[in-house]
Design a protein around this ligand. Structure first.
Ligand code: AMP
Length: 422
């Protein structure tokens, strides 16, 4: 398979799908440049290998037409500064004028195209639109993991016009490597820690993990659906009444698969959803009426920490409590620190999903865990075992034929597994 490390970019024009969907402030400046910085290694590698780069991205949610606040022109100053080179800008991502600028590109040049989503054909995955983008370049590089679960023109459809000359960038490549390591080659014991607000968002993820993990730790708001399902008293805690049966099912499935499922035994309860609420620690299934569980308790912190410390692979998605409020952050903070400590002692840790990433950043532990996924929705879908169109489009053309066949046979399944390993 071609990679940006083994491909000869000399004299080539590479069109790179990046994720420059960054926050823009009222002055139309870049608010947080994390995503731009994350794309730099791929861009720099291609430039230093004698190629020219054409960068394409979406920004925000325009409705298929120009809107100034969503213009990628707003990104040019920051991108130039970070790349330490002039960045040319094309006012449309396709069209005659853009082709003219592209024809004049020389090795080492950087061109940024205007927001792809100013054309509604981007999201609908129109083939003629994808072809126009493809015609601009000799080689296609996808480095936008956050949109890999969407079959858009620039993330998926375009790849068919580059049957040989297509590859992942470093960002998406590393993301897939980390996830495949955890999902397909985990060193045991493997512990998954699931938290956050709702169990309904994570059912598929949990089900898929039951085939892979040794320990499944559950914390956060989703705890209470499980506790209520087992007959506990949860007061006014967050609960999904329509998921009680499903919670019991998951407990049974874990048992049948020999997965140890750990729920909190105690918790910090509050008399209101406020940082200055009255608080107490109680057993998790003895919450008085009107009170709500907003963090895991001390015994639970100690129990969860022991399991994590003895793990060799750790996957963490979702906070243990309402960590945004200082009164209820101890569980999340301690678990984050224990994950960092266990990583230092040789475990592999993958953190993913918006709020656990926010927690890792809040406690300055980003460099102390093995990998922090930027994928969000794409990462969750990957862990659910779903195929990501943007990933398949690069990995194998066979996947399209296979999907058409509906994976009728074992061969299909084998291919699917093969596909998930870089
Ligand atoms: P999610 O996006 O599903 O990962 O959920 C993250 C959110 O869950 C965070 O904003 C937390 O404040 C919230 N959360 C965590 N634990 C609890 C809890 N016990 N009760 C209510 N919300 C919670």
């Amino acid at each position: 398979m071609k990679t940006i490390d083994n491909y000869d970019f000399t004299g080539k024009k590479a069109i790179i799908r990046v994720d420059f969907n960054v926050p823009i402030n009222e002055k139309l400046e870049v608010g947080d440049d994390t995503r731009i910085k994350a794309a730099l290694p791929t861009i720099k590698k291609i430039l230093s290998s004698g190629g020219a780069t054409i960068l394409m991205s979406h920004l925000g949610r325009p409705k298929g037409e120009y809107e100034e606040k969503f213009s990628l022109k707003n990104i040019v100053p920051r991108l130039s500064e970070l790349l330490e080179t002039e960045v040319k800008f094309a006012k449309d991502c396709i069209g005659e004028e853009t082709s003219k600028i592209v024809n004049e590109l020389k090795p080492g040049d950087v061109l940024l195209l205007e927001n792809l989503r100013f054309h509604k054909e981007e999201k609908s995955g129109e083939e003629t639109f994808a072809k126009k983008l493809a015609d601009l370049a000799d080689v296609y590089v996808n480095d936008a993991f956050g949109t890999a679960h969407r079959a858009h023109a620039s993330t998926t459809i375009i790849a068919k016009f580059f049957p040989e000359e297509k590859m992942f960038g470093y960002l998406i490549g590393n993301e897939l490597k980390s996830m495949d390591k955890v999902l397909h080659r985990p060193e045991k014991p493997f512990t998954a820690i699931m938290g956050g607000a709702k169990v309904s968002d994570k059912i598929q993820v949990i089900e898929n993990l039951l085939d892979k993990v040794d320990n499944l730790i559950i914390g956060g708001g989703m705890t209470y659906t499980f506790i209520k399902a087992r007959g506990g008293k949860i007061g006014a805690s967050l609960v999904e009444e329509d998921k009680l049966e499903m919670a019991n099912d998951l407990i049974k499935k874990a048992e049948a698969k020999n997965v140890k499922l750990y729920l909190p035994v105690d918790n910090v309860i509050a008399d209101k959803f406020e940082n200055d609420a009255k608080t107490e620690e109680t057993p998790v299934d003895e919450i008085p009426d009107g009170w709500m569980g907003l963090d895991i308790g001390q015994k639970t912190i100690e129990g969860f920490s022991e399991i994590i410390k003895h793990s060799k692979t750790i996957l963490w998605n979702g906070p243990m409590g309402v960590f945004e409020m200082s009164s209820f952050q101890k569980g999340t903070e301690t678990i984050a620190k224990v994950i960092a400590e266990t990583t230092e002692n040789g475990a592999f840790s993958l953190i993913g999903g918006g709020d656990s990433v926010a927690a890792i950043n809040k406690y300055n532990l980003k460099d102390k865990v093995s990998y922090v996924s930027t994928g969000g929705g794409a990462m969750l879908e990957y862990i659910e075992g779903k195929e990501l169109p943007g990933v398949n489009a690069i990995r194998e053309d066979l996947t399209i034929e296979r999907r058409n066949e509906g994976e009728k046979n074992e061969e299909g399944k084998k291919l699917r597994n093969k596909n998930h390993v870089l």
